[in-house]
Design a binder for this molecule. Structure first.
Ligand code: SF4
Length: 273
């Protein structure tokens, strides 16, 4: 790898549109695409969020994105993915569709062994045009949607994700079900954050509800894998959210593995403490 990955994740908040990072979950160099170089924009206010408040005069520019991606790909020995994630919920950007379409072409032409990843909290799926657009994307090569499923029931959802607008948890789960039912095979990664929030942990009832929710999403065949991850980086709301022991994550992963086995699903589950 000849590119120097950004060590301090907060530097992406200084207005960068493309930022190379070493991703523990992608297991290599990930080229982050930041649709919000000027300020954070998200439909959630997760207590574990690592985006610190900031304001710049920069704005997103698709031509700059393209040149930065091509230049960085050209100097890297291996790129694992081009990842839409920085500074908020990508589906809220007016540039989301055009930037993603362009990145898919760049990936095909310049980094054909890489993937294009979209990390989303799922609220974009409540808009029909975003839902249809992303469903179509999942049927393309080299596309992977990382879908946040932090909770199995509304109470923990409101605690760990703190939706800003009046997002109905049942409606969101219903949309996620419809999405995984219509998405391309192995196109979706489910990602779940497990942490303590204001000293509270998800209890057994919440754990069982989450497991059922993930089982329901996985049944359609579009779920490639499950990432269960812990709080590993500082955030602006510390110490509201705190890391849980590795064993907590492993127990939840083992329970889900047993549930997948009983259901006949061969879906890998990884933990990232
Ligand atoms: S969904 Fe992501 S960007 Fe938005 S508040 Fe949560 S962690 Fe932060």
């Amino acid at each position: 790898m000849n590119v120097s990955p950004i060590q301090d994740h907060r530097t992406r908040e200084r207005g960068l549109i493309v930022y190379p990072v070493y991703s523990r979950r992608s297991k290599g160099l990930s080229l982050g695409v930041n649709l919000f170089p000027s300020h954070k924009l998200c439909s959630f206010d997760c207590p574990y969020c690592e985006v610190f408040p900031f304001q710049t005069d920069f704005s997103f520019d698709i031509e700059l994105m393209e040149s930065a991606l091509i230049e960085t790909i050209g100097t890297a020995s291996e790129v694992k993915d081009l990842c839409f994630s920085g500074n908020g919920e990508p589906t809220l950007s007016p540039h989301f569709k055009s930037a993603l379409n362009r990145a898919c072409l760049i990936c095909r032409d310049h980094a054909p062994s890489a993937q294009v990843v979209v990390i989303t909290n799922g609220t974009g799926l409540l808009k029909q045009d975003i839902f249809d657009f992303l469903i179509a994307k999942t049927h393309e090569e080299r596309f992977n949607l990382w879908l946040k499923v932090d909770a199995g029931a509304g109470e923990w959802f409101r605690t760990i994700d703190r939706p800003k607008a009046d997002v109905s948890f049942p409606a969101l789960m219903e949309k996620m079900q419809a999405f995984t039912a219509g998405a391309g095979r192995n196109a979706v990664t489910i990602q779940t954050m497990l942490c303590r929030v204001n000293h509270a942990v998800p209890d057994q009832r919440e754990a069982a509800a989450w497991e059922q929710a993930v089982l329901g999403l996985a049944g359609a065949g579009s779920v490639r894998n499950v990432h269960i991850y812990g709080k590993a980086r500082p955030g602006p709301q510390d110490p509201l959210a705190q890391a849980l022991p590795v064993s907590f994550l492993e127990e939840r992963a083992d329970s889900l593995r047993r549930a997948f086995k009983r259901a006949g699903f061969d879906i890998p589950i990884e933990t990232f403490a």
